[in-house]
Design a binder for this molecule. Structure first.
Ligand SMILES: Nc1ncnc2c1ncn2[C@@H]1O[C@H](COP(=O)(O)OP(=O)(O)OP(=O)(O)O)[C@@H](O)[C@H]1O
Ligand SMILES: [Mg+2]
Length: 294
């Protein structure tokens, strides 16, 4: 009997944590795509091609990981996807049409659909705004300014409980009064309220311990399953990418050296760079050889 209960828990976890390997997202409508997107930085005589002719297709509801080592161009690409940085050449498409963010108004409309969470949660909040205002802003941004005070309070409490935070304990506090882990959770609570069409997450769990990290990722995956948002997950951790993604793009020196369904890329890697990244993943089930330490 005890065993049965244990098995049920395992099944539930494998459904909520991880992704549905059978779903073919290439049949879903295009959400964000790019053709030969390139970004060159020039500082005096130094020219850096941070992103070099990358092409990609992210579909509705798909969880895509972009994996690469430090300096491979991941953040530069995310800034272009967010519309914070212009490509030097190439084109980005939104819902299959060339993306037009040429005016302030068009940019704001684009930003209604795309949200980002970054490596450092502390940089994501205005330090002078109380937590209540951070969450209220999200409700207002979704055009629900006219809801009653009680309705807004219920929505904020709901968002906090989704990430295992208690709104009553946060009210009247400033972001700097929270721990790093609480801040990360608050970021997910914001996404819960905003329900963006696209979420771009650049190493969102790098600041927290392994246990909170699993919880945060679980919340992110639940949110994706609930809302059908497209998630672009930027990481250097190929093991994690395999665990959570539908598709994986491997980035080396500004180029995509390999892309495809997560299983194909990890179980049948073609590029030598991908093979090296996979062989670098620590084998957690093997006992540690302490004789080599010290
Ligand atoms: N504003 C800039 N001016 C000049 N060079 C830049 C600029 N931003 C990035 N670069 C360079 O472009 C390359 C890619 O940087 P990027 O920040 O995109 O890498 P990353 O993959 O996000 O790295 P990390 O994993 O360390 O965050 C690096 O060589 C970096 O020095
Ligand atoms: Mg980066």
């Amino acid at each position: 009997m005890k065993n049965e209960t244990h098995n049920q828990t395992d099944t539930r976890e494998s459904v909520t944590f991880g992704t549905d390997r059978n779903k073919d997202f290439s049949k879903e409508p295009l959400c964000l795509s790019g053709k030969d997107v390139t970004r060159i930085f020039q500082n005096g005589k130094t020219v850096t091609t941070a992103v070099d002719h990358v092409s990609f297709e992210f579909h509705k509801g798909e969880l895509v990981s972009i994996v690469g080592e430090s300096g491979s161009g991941k953040t530069t690409l995310s800034k272009m996807l967010l519309g914070l940085l212009e490509p030097t050449s190439g084109q980005i498409f939104y819902r299959g049409e060339p993306r037009d963010i040429s005016t302030g108004a068009k940019k704001r409309r684009y930003w209604e659909g795309i949200q980002a969470i970054f490596q450092d949660p502390f940089s994501s909040f205005n330090v002078f705004h109380k937590i209540d205002d951070v969450l209220l802003d999200c409700i207002n941004m979704r055009g629900m300014r006219n809801l009653s005070k009680d309705e807004k309070f219920a929505m904020m409490s709901d968002a906090c409980s989704f990430v295992n935070l208690k709104f009553a304990e946060l009210t009247n506090k400033y972001p700097f009064e929270l721990s790093g882990g609480q801040m990360q959770r608050l970021m997910i609570a914001r996404i819960f309220l905003l329900k963006p069409e696209i979420l771009l997450a650049d190493e969102p769990t790098s600041m927290i311990d392994a246990c909170s990290r699993a919880t945060i990722l679980d919340m992110l995956l639940n949110l994706r399953n609930e809302t059908g948002m497209t998630v672009i997950f930027i990481t250097h951790d190929i093991g994690l990418a395999y665990y959570i993604s539908d598709s994986i793009y491997i980035m080396e020196h500004g180029k995509f050296v390999e892309k495809g369904r997560a299983e194909e890329v990890i179980l049948q890697p073609k590029a030598s760079y991908t093979k090296r990244l996979i062989s670098d993943v620590p084998k957690i089930h093997e006992p540690w050889d302490l004789s080599t330490v010290g």
